[in-house]
Design a binder for this molecule. Structure first.
Ligand code: NAP
Length: 262
């Protein structure tokens, strides 16, 4: 029988968090032990869970014993929660995006100091991980790359964590270089998008979208497009489950599911 894993979810009433609640409730060896919200302290009568509701992760972890924190909140809260969980010896699985390199370095150090693992995944959709891996393969041969990421209009950070992660993975096989004409000029600021070592990243925000990305490669007389679409937030839950199952057995920070998917 699989080991029981007790879980706290923060951001549980959100679009991602509510899917995570369903995942935890529907998985035999997972037990939801508390949730963290920014309102409704102690009150679960109006919500879909029958576990204690806390408005502060510190108070929650002082009174509740948990193995894993799933955080699906906002960038600032997510960073704070990840550090707090590690301080209490609770392993974080973080889907919240918008973490900076400095945040990641501090969290990595904290994992080292506490000797426990954490997983931060800008994208939990397995198809999106494959899109990133395929893009990394393609960039070796087709180094002229532009990324177009498209999300719903309630997203707070831009470009998306997935677009940045894609660019970072590509940069391991591609020399930094400018793209487009040397003398190109934007007649409207931002027209060429954000710049990551010469790769351009364009962010689209529209109602109706969930999470979509195209990675476009151009070569002599040819073009290649690699595209992934998440049509529902269920698409992220296999990655959340894989992360929870993995995090309980590791003692370092893993940033990106591509590092645990062969
Ligand atoms: P959302 O619907 O706005 O949900 C965010 C939730 O966090 C809300 O319920 C919000 O509460 C709650 N929250 C805000 N501050 C809080 C605090 N101090 N304590 C506890 N909860 C707090 O957003 P979403 O679409 O679910 O996305 C959540 C995060 O996941 C974002 O960073 C998004 O970019 C990321 N994301 C990641 C993936 C992935 O695969 N890794 C996929 C999609 C989205 P209120 O309802 O009171 O505002």
């Amino acid at each position: 029988m699989s080991k029981q894993i007790s879980i706290v979810i923060s951001g549980y009433r959100g679009r991602m968090g509510s899917e995570a609640v369903k995942l935890v409730n529907n998985t035999n060896n997972y037990q939801l032990v508390a949730v963290v919200d920014r309102s409704y302290e102690g009150d679960h009568s109006t919500n879909s869970v029958d576990v204690p509701v806390y408005t502060d992760l510190d108070s929650c972890l002082q009174s509740i014993k948990a193995d894993v924190l799933i955080d699906l909140t906002t960038p600032e809260v997510g960073v704070r929660h990840t550090k707090t969980a590690l301080q209490y010896g609770v392993r974080p699985v973080v889907g919240t995006t918008g973490f900076t390199d400095k945040d990641l370095q501090e969290i990595e150090q904290l994992c080292h100091d506490k000797n426990i693992g954490a997983i931060i995944a800008p994208n939990f959709a397995i198809g999106a991980i494959l899109m990133m891996k395929f893009s990394q393969m393609a960039a070796k041969y087709l180094p002229n790359v532009e990324i177009i990421e498209m999300h719903h209009d309630q997203k707070l950070d831009a470009p998306s964590g997935t677009a940045i992660k894609t660019a970072q993975m590509i940069s391991t096989v591609r020399e930094a270089k400018g793209q487009g004409h040397e003398q190109e000029k934007e007649t409207l600021a931002g027209a060429r998008g954000a710049d990551f070592e010469g790769m351009k990243i364009h962010s689209v925000r529209l109602p109706g979208l969930i999470a979509h990305q195209q990675v476009l490669f151009g070569g002599q007389g040819q073009a290649l497009t690699i595209r992934h679409d998440s049509f529902t937030r269920e698409s992220f839950m296999t990655g959340v489950k894989l992360s929870v199952d993995t995090v309980v057995g590791i003692d370092t920070l893993v940033y990106g599911l591509e590092n645990i998917i062969e």
